[in-house]
Each structure stands twice: as structure tokens, then as C-alpha cells.
Design a protein around this ligand. Structure first.
Ligand code: 13P
Length: 264
């Protein structure tokens, strides 16, 4: 069975004091939760707060991720951050191909693929994002878009390397809008995603790969989404900026519920 994986994408939010307080709050609340080991948890703060969040999370099981990375190892790439720099400050995960990078910053499938390859080569773990725009959804292009993003984004990745990859399905129309995909919509997109992974990498990889759902995940809808058989966790934006909400989502991902004493 695939272990659920809940990651918080803090995006371009927080200041140093807020980042530290959020990390410490999560660490303290998760430590009270006896079922916490049943789910993998990570947070992805802005680059500049990675070291202080790493320090705040020391001694916890909460993983650390970055929100992006560059393809090259070092050199004259003003403003960019390399895989080795991320490793240096304690990152395990890297979000790659988030819809805001695709559609606001103009990243192509080819660039995203290079980032995936560089991240895997450094032994970091990509959280590889895919998802369709509203107009693509409305014109029944969801599957075509997802297939293209998966095939191009994961080009030249080996079946062995797929063990390091989490896929995050984030329909763009559901991100930050309060409009969540229905449980069935999420399940259908995840089944389709898994079928492409199967075609590219075979049965075992498809059965093992974790596919997160992202897009207006809240404590109130987490359990319903997470009980879908192909939804293996969540990539959370807004609700990851608040200890109680993020813990509530983590709790929602623990299938038999949390019978302990924590705030969840
Ligand atoms: P929201 O949870 O704020 O909709 O953001 C989702 C997301 O983009 C996570 O990467």
C-alpha cells in the first residue's frame, strides 16, 4: 500500500518570524499525534527561509523541500539556485513544474524535464506537478494535457528513478480558487495519470508511484479526497500556512482517523 504524502507549498508567503513559528508549531503539533508516522509530511518554504525552517524542524520527521531549482550545477546564472545548494541546506524534495511556474513564469515541458533530470541526478526527490487550465478542462482536453506533461516531463527518467518521484495533480482552476475538484474528478485524473506512468514504466512503477492532489485542499475536504483509492496525499497551498489547517489535512489523510490527543 502506498503511504500518504502531504506536502505544504508555502509559495511566496511568510517572513522569517512567521516561517519559524509555523515550522515550530507544526513540529510541536505533529509530535503530539501518535498516528503521525502513518503519513509522510514535508514543507516547502521560500528559498531564503530554507535554512531557518531546517533548523526549526530539526529532530522531527517533517521533510524539507524547495519550490523550484535550476538545471545547471553552478556558474553564471544570476538569481538561480542549484541542486547542490538545496542539498547543502537540508532539502530532500523539490517541487518542479508547478502551474505558477508553467503559466506565470512561462516554463516549458522541456525546461521542467531538465529540472527533473538534474534533481534526480543529485539524489533529490522531485514533486512533479501536472494539471490542466480551466479552458482545457472545459474543452475536454484534460487527458491530452496531462499525457503531454507526463510524457515530456518524465522523458529519459528511468523506471528505477521513478521511486524518487511524487506526481502532484493540480488542476489549475482549483488552485487558490476555493473550487476543489470533486472526489471523482480527482480519482479519474489520478487513474489516468497512473495509466500513462504504466505505459511508460510498467506495472510495478505505476502501482508504487504516489500521486498527490492539489487545489484548494482544506481540512473539510481532505478526508473525502484522500479516501479515493488513487489519491495518495496532497500538495497544499493556502491551508499549509496555518498549523491547525495543515494538521487537519494530515489527519484527514490517515485513513482510520486519528484517535490521539493532538489538535487534529
Ligand atoms: P491552494 O491549496 O492554495 O489551492 O494551492 C494549491 C497549490 O498550488 C499547491 O502547490
Amino acid at each position: 500500500m502506498r503511504k500518504k504524502f502531504v506536502a505544504g507549498n508555502w509559495k511566496m508567503n511568510m517572513d522569517a518570524a512567521g516561517a519559524k513559528a509555523l515550522a515550530i508549531g507544526l513540529k510541536e503539533e505533529l509530535a503530539k499525534c501518535q498516528d503521525a508516522a502513518k503519513v509522510d509530511v514535508a514543507v516547502c518554504p521560500p528559498f531564503v527561509y530554507l535554512p531557518l525552517v531546517a533548523e526549526a524542524l530539526a529532530g522531527s520527521n517533517i521533510g524539507l523541500g524547495a519550490q523550484d531549482v535550476y538545471t545547471e550545477a553552478n556558474g553564471a546564472f544570476t538569481g538561480e539556485i542549484s541542486v547542490d545548494m538545496l542539498k547543502d541546506v537540508g532539502c530532500q524534495f523539490v517541487i518542479i513544474g508547478h502551474s505558477e511556474r508553467r503559466h506565470v513564469l512561462g516554463e516549458s515541458n522541456e525546461l521542467i524535464n531538465k529540472k527533473v533530470i538534474a534533481t534526480l541526478a543529485a539524489d533529490l526527490e522531485p514533486i512533479f506537478c501536472i494539471g490542466e487550465l480551466l479552458e482545457e478542462s472545459e474543452s475536454n482536453k484534460t487527458e491530452a494535457v496531462l499525457e503531454m506533461q507526463i510524457r515530456k516531463g518524465l522523458e529519459n527518467v528511468t523506471a528505477g528513478q521513478m521511486a524518487k518521484i511524487t506526481i502532484a495533480y493540480e488542476p489549475v482552476w482549483a488552485i487558490g480558487t476555493g473550487k476543489t475538484a470533486s472526489e471523482q474528478q480527482a480519482q479519474d485524473a489520478h487513474v489516468f495519470t497512473r495509466s500513462i506512468v504504466k505505459d511508460m514504466f510498467g506495472d510495478d512503477v505505476a502501482a508504487a508511484v504516489r500521486i498527490q492532489y492539489g487545489g484548494s485542499v482544506k481540512p473539510a475536504n481532505a478526508k473525502g479526497l484522500m479516501t479515493q483509492s488513487d489519491v495518495d496525499g496532497a500538495l497544499v497551498g493556502g491551508a499549509a500556512l496555518n498549523v491547525e489547517d495543515f494538521i487537519g489535512i494530515i489527519q484527514g489523510s490517515i485513513s482510520r482517523g486519528c484517535g490521539c490527543n493532538c489538535k487534529c
